[in-house]
Design a protein around this ligand. Structure first.
Ligand SMILES: *[C@@H]1O[C@H](CO)[C@@H](O)[C@H](O)[C@H]1NC(C)=O
Ligand SMILES: *[C@@H]1O[C@H](CO)[C@@H](O)[C@H](O)[C@H]1NC(C)=O
Ligand SMILES: CC(=O)N[C@H]1CO[C@H](CO)[C@@H](O)[C@@H]1O
Length: 348
């Protein structure tokens, strides 16, 4: 059902409020009436207010922006106050679709806004992403910004489940390649996705023939990306830990072209017996736990695959041993263990 509703959003070319939970007649209902007095009070000491008033002030503020949402210090404060509360409780109180859309859109603007992360800390961005996930679990909405950008970047055809696009937008873009927009793909009855255009790891290896230590640094970054994604309650598709899915900027910062699902999506589909919807590409399981052996295979290919001219003896042996352990299903380390070990190699 969720997939169907998401496909409808695309066909309409814009996110349209869909009453998945709330009936149509509730579409224009607001949670509480706007009251200037409430805002003034809340501004003075919002943390002492309970969730209801905190949320209603925030939603009213977003409603007044009339779909043109912008980030300022007030919005940052409201969001940071809201994130103190349990996100399931917050979502239960968002009673109309347009409010849900506004919250999704403001989270879209905030999670990768430097003012927000500097002021509220990286934990706030994680919590905001969890809040977006909880809203998405109730109503399948996409970020409106996906439909604003003119495609200008690296294009891909109708390849991804739309959940993947939603998740890419809320994750930390230090780890995840940003999705810039969605466009209609006339040829293929569907949609295409526009990514930021940077070089992928396969092209980078071919072009720059990096030395061993640089390759090791890149693998360390990839390990950190996988750990981050798992820490967000998100599973990667097994086939997505491969060279063509990682991209490098000019400072060797690596980003993943994200392909995966919320683990609750996987659980939900499994409970409903709908395993086909968590299979992508067809017959590839979406793994909920870190797929350490995929990582080990990539590690071996990048650092030891037929270009050993710069083989680094101090690190070569420990790296091969780590790869071996990752491949052995009996004694497989976690991604956290892998990172701890790589940290002792002083790669940076
Ligand atoms: C919601 O508001 C719009 C415009 O403000 C109006 O055209 C529409 O009839 C309203 N819908 C309901 C169900 O009240
Ligand atoms: C980030 O937030 C600040 C407000 O603190 C705002 O001025 C700025 O435009 C935002 N940046 C983006 C890219 O939205
Ligand atoms: C748990 C899990 O999905 N493991 C997979 C990791 O990757 C290997 C190789 O692609 C698969 O065979 C495993 O099933």
């Amino acid at each position: 059902m969720r997939n169907l509703l998401l496909q409808l959003l695309i066909l309409q070319g814009k996110p349209h409020p869909i009453a998945a939970q709330a009936p149509e007649s509730n579409m224009n209902e607001t949670v509480t009436e706007w009251s200037p007095a409430l805002v003034t009070e809340a501004q003075q000491n919002i943390r002492e207010k309970d969730l209801d008033s905190c949320l209603s002030v925030f939603l009213s503020c977003l409603q007044r922006m009339n779909s043109v949402l912008t980030v300022d210090a007030t919005v940052i404060d409201y969001m940071s106050s809201l994130l103190v509360f349990d996100c399931a409780e917050t979502v239960a109180r968002v009673r109309c679709i347009s409010d849900a859309q506004n919250v999704i859109d403001i989270i879209d603007l905030l999670t990768n806004n430097e003012s927000f992360t500097t002021r509220c800390g990286p934990e706030a961005a994680r919590k905001a992403a969890h809040l977006a996930s909880a809203i998405f679990a109730r109503v399948p909405l996409l970020q409106r910004s996906l439909f604003l950008n003119k495609p200008d970047g690296y294009l891909e055809g109708n390849l991804f489940p739309l959940e993947t696009v939603f998740i890419s937008k809320i994750l930390d873009h230090n780890y995840v390649l940003p999705v810039l927009g969605i466009y209609h793909d006339q040829d293929q009855f569907g949609y295409g996705i526009v990514f930021e255009r940077i070089e992928n790891a396969a092209e980078w290896l071919r072009r720059s023939r990096p030395n061993f230590i640089t390759r090791m640094r890149v693998m360390f970054e990839i390990a950190r990306i996988i750990r981050y994604i798992h820490s967000m309650g998100i599973a990667l598709y097994a086939g997505s830990i491969e060279l063509g899915c990682f991209f490098l900027d000019s400072n060797f910062r690596v980003k993943i072209k994200f392909m995966g699902l919320f683990t609750w999506c996987v659980r939900e589909a499994t409970i409903c017996g709908r395993t086909d919807s968590v299979l992508w590409p067809p017959r590839t399981p979406c793994t909920c736990e870190s797929n350490i052996s995929d990582f080990a295979m990539l590690f071996h290919r990048v650092c030891f695959g037929g270009h050993n001219e710069n083989f680094h003896s101090r690190l070569g042996e420990p790296a091969l041993q780590l790869i071996e352990r990752c491949r052995d299903s009996q004694s497989r380390p976690t991604m956290e263990d892998v990172i701890k070990e790589m940290e002792t190699w002083n790669l940076t």
